[in-house]
Design a protein. Structure first.
Length: 113
């Protein structure tokens, strides 16, 4: 059964994210008092804070890829937003909240990449 998690956005606003009953934090009472589709939990971090958690890994991948001889390299992965865990790299495409596509290209001889 799907529920909704409210994730704050730094600077104002909110992002509503669908989550499964299995992903609800402990202590949240789902179906007994709430209907599917209602906001049942507030995320502890903003969208920006959650995505910042994966930035060191992205930086490490980028650093390694820059040393390859390829003219262009693309990395794609999915992110889930968790109520307690921030951003989590997803195991499959069906469950992602964001699909991230990062592309690095070699610098031209007379300019930046």
């Amino acid at each position: 059964m799907a529920y909704v998690m409210e994730v704050p956005v730094t600077g104002g606003g909110q992002l509503l994210v669908q989550i499964d009953e299995d992903d609800l934090p402990s202590g949240v009472v789902p179906a007994a008092r709430r209907r599917p589709g209602q906001v049942v939990v507030l995320a502890k971090e903003s969208v920006q804070e959650a995505i910042d958690q994966v930035k060191p890994a992205i930086d490490a991948v980028a650093e390694r890829l820059k040393s390859l001889a390829a003219d262009q390299v693309t990395v794609e992965f999915g992110l889930l937003l968790g109520a307690e865990g921030g951003a989590i790299v997803a195991k499959g495409k069906a469950e992602v909240h964001f699909t991230m596509t990062l592309t690095w290209g070699k610098a031209a001889p007379d300019g930046p990449a």
